[in-house]
Design a binder for this molecule. Structure first.
Ligand SMILES: Nc1ncnc2c1ncn2[C@@H]1O[C@H](COP(=O)(O)OP(=O)(O)O)[C@@H](O)[C@H]1O
Ligand SMILES: [Mg+2]
Length: 275
């Protein structure tokens, strides 16, 4: 998909605003304050970000700057202190099935099978579907993440990589408009990480949903994204810069690594993080 070249300075999109019918997620003047024993801690302030329909955005920023705080607010799991967050123009009120979340640790029910774990969400979101239909949905996404043959394995019998596959299947199976991912592959070895990146992109592309993913891996951020969003360091963190990644899709690691712009993108992100 095409994305406009924009840079963000002083919280304002440089005179460019996206047409409202293209915007999936709109963060307006977002603020987050945590009360602490030493007084209020302002984590995020004047944070403005628009994310488009069907866009894949990755978020990078130093540890502790407020990435998880921002994502959990979008998920509706963390109260907003100021500003607002809208999905398709409607301000969010708590969590909802329009937004799916994948955390670093998949937080499955350990005594339940892979299939039962995925069904938990499906049953909640599609209560009027037949039991067979719900099972078909759950099985379809478990198949997509490469878990054929592991449907009836208990979650606590699965490797970390397999558990995260279940987490991905569970999130896609509720058919969200927006998928929110908080360093989902951070604990995995690089081979598994690469496999799951490919699976994620394949399903994201097929389902035409919007994805917002936090990562601390600059290469992962570039490989997956239409735009990489850089957050400033806290306190009072906001969007510092946005880098559109113009590689064609589908992408392969090889084609990305061999592209003449790759090191330019990489340098841009590393320069941002080092200043
Ligand atoms: N519930 C909380 N209460 C108080 N401070 C918090 C809470 N959650 C996070 N923080 C603080 O807010 C800052 C941002 O945290 P977080 O969003 O987890 O950052 P990141 O995900 O970028 O590493 C950190 O300084 C963290 O200690
Ligand atoms: Mg975090």
């Amino acid at each position: 998909m095409e994305t406009e070249t924009i840079t963000i300075k002083d919280n304002h999109v440089n005179g460019i605003s996206f047409p409202s019918d293209r915007i999936m997620l709109d963060l307006k003047d977002l603020k987050k304050v945590y009360p602490t024993p030493k007084g209020d801690y302002v984590v995020l302030e004047h944070l403005n970000l628009q994310i488009l329909k069907e866009e894949f955005v990755t978020i990078i920023g130093h540890s502790g700057c407020g990435k998880t705080t921002m994502l959990s607010m979008i998920a509706g799991l963390n109260p907003i202190s100021g500003g607002d967050i809208a999905v398709l123009g409607n301000p969010i009120q708590g969590p909802g099935p329009d937004r799916g979340v994948i955390f670093q640790a998949p937080s499955l029910m350990p005594w339940m099978t892979a299939l039962q774990n995925v069904l938990l969400g499906v049953n909640r979101v599609f209560p009027h579907a037949s039991k067979a239909q719900r099972k078909d949905i759950a099985k379809y996404y478990l198949h997509k993440v490469g878990l054929d043959g592991a449907f009836d394995k208990k979650a606590n019998e699965l490797s970390q990589g397999m558990q995260q596959r279940v987490g991905i299947a569970r999130a896609f199976a509720i058919k969200p408009k927006v998928l929110l991912l908080d360093e989902p592959f951070g604990m995995l070895d690089s081979l598994t990480r690469g496999e799951l990146q490919d699976i994620l992109i394949e399903i994201w592309n097929k389902e035409k949903i919007t994805a917002v993913m936090i990562t601390h891996d600059v290469d992962e951020a570039i490989f997956l994204a239409d735009r990489v969003v850089m957050m400033t360091s806290g306190p009072r963190a906001k969007i510092g810069d946005v880098l559109p990644i113009k590689f064609e899709r589908p992408r392969t690691r090889k084609s990305v690594l061999e592209h003449e712009d790759y090191y330019k993108y990489r340098k841009h992100l590393i320069d941002f993080l080092e200043h």
